[in-house]
Design a protein around this ligand. Structure first.
Ligand SMILES: Cc1ncc(COP(=O)(O)O)c(C=O)c1O
Length: 400
């Protein structure tokens, strides 16, 4: 018998080697108690959270929590069914209405996760004989959506408009084409040049899908994302997003103005063949989305936090993923996985949680300490975070 697990041996070996150094397992941390969007108890210690996607701090918003409790009481714990059968409740429709209002778009479709939204939309609309043209650093859910569909896949160099244009020009003019982009790329926190990319895509007759998972709620005047900030939202055919970041709960969605969009509810397998979100979740999502419409003060504060942290880390001598803060994600580049894990642990000892990101999730084999800020971090907390980075960085020898 061939052990089907033997393919994981190199990863098992790498993990064992790392843990043999005595470092805490960075992928096994338990949040024993969550006190607020920015503070939790980890290993019995009060810890500042700097590695969540809770950009707008909505997880503890009192209106959001009240809406969830009310829906739990009135509609029960779950729907036990697919959106197309018994799984569409009033709350799912309200959530879709809130999304249509938030994006000022005609159609909204709520999925059980953002992962499934990408999986479903990409695999369903790009079929045999069509082409999906995607940035090489695209999120796993985009790649998996491509793998699930039958279209030809063409990747281009990260954020390179010329490379995209070249690829598009090589494709048969009459073929169906879907260009898939992200507003903010989650590993380095860099923003896509959507304006130019959408221009070349449209010139080549392609439809455009933008995943705004890490920009929704924060970037753009109304928090609609990078496409809004760059003035091209009307040229985007499909926006994909998630409730697991700024919205503060779980779920995914696609919004669009395409006149035939509603047919997707019958043909999109990751929408049809899975249970719908629980009533409490869609109630929290709808309430949160409606509040995010009026989140301009929080957006301004989150920008301030991001800029202060970026400058502070750069001044301390850390190497960062972007020259300036482009989003609420600030990536600190580590020399290697071992040093990255040591620094991650040193920060945890200081009472600071960040994400340790490593290949294959990261571009160019980088090990990153990804910091993501929250609109609920006070400016004093950001100062405290910098102090903890300085102490840990000197202890581990990342900075002098
Ligand atoms: C760019 C991007 N798209 C989609 C997703 C999936 O979102 P969800 O957590 O709702 O499945 C993520 C999650 O990390 C993401 O970063």
């Amino acid at each position: 018998m061939t052990d089907l697990f033997s393919k994981f041996d190199p990863l098992i070996q790498q993990r064992e080697t790392l843990l043999a150094t005595g470092v805490t397992d960075p992928y096994n941390l338990v949040m024993e108690k969550v006190i607020s969007p920015t503070v939790a108890i980890c290993n019995g210690r009060e810890t500042i959270l700097l590695g969540t996607y809770n950009y707008m701090g909505m997880t503890f918003d009192p209106d959001v929590i009240a809406a969830g409790k009310d829906a739990l009481d009135k509609f029960g714990a779950g729907t036990t069914g697919s959106r197309v059968l018994n799984g569409t409740y009033q709350g799912h429709k309200e959530c879709e209405e809130a999304l249509k209002e938030f994006y000022a778009m005609e159609h909204a479709m709520v999925f059980s996760t953002g992962y499934q939204a990408n999986l479903g939309i990409i695999s369903t609309i790009a079929g045999k004989g069509d082409y999906v043209i995607l940035d090489i650093d695209s999120h796993a859910s985009i790649y998996d959506g491509c793998a699930m569909g039958n279209a030809e896949i063409v990747a281009f160099r990260h954020n390179d408009v010329e490379a995209l244009e070249k690829r598009l020009k090589r494709l048969p003019p009459e073929a169906g084409k879907l260009v898939v982009l992200e507003g903010v790329y989650s590993m380095l926190g860099d923003v896509a040049p959507l304006k130019e990319m959408i221009r070349v895509s449209k010139e080549a007759g392609a439809m455009v899908l933008v995943d705004e998972a890490h920009s929704m709620g924060f970037i753009g005047e109304n928090g609609r994302g990078v496409a809004e900030a760059q003035g091209v939202i009307d040229d985007v055919d499909f926006i994909i997003g998630t409730f697991s970041k700024s919205v503060g709960t779980v779920g995914g969605f696609c919004v669009s103005n395409h006149p035939k969009f509603e047919i997707l509810r019958l043909v999109c397998r990751p929408y049809v063949f899975t249970a719908s979100l629980p009533p409490s979740v869609v109630a929290t999502a709808a309430t949160s989305i409606r509040k995010l419409i009026h989140g301009s003060n929080k957006r301004a504060h989150l920008w301030e936090n991001s800029k202060v942290l970026h400058k502070g880390l750069r001044d301390l001598g850390f190497t960062l993923g972007t020259v300036e803060a482009q989003s609420a994600i600030i990536a600190v580049i580590m020399p290697d996985l071992e040093k990255g894990a040591m620094m991650w642990e040193a920060l945890l000892d200081e009472g600071l949680y960040v994400n340790l990101a490593r290949p294959p999730a990261t571009p160019a084999n980088m090990t990153l300490l990804r910091c993501s800020l929250c609109a609920e971090h006070s400016i004093e907390q950001v100062g405290e975070i910098l102090g903890r980075f300085e102490r840990a960085g000197k202890r581990i020898g990342i900075i002098g």
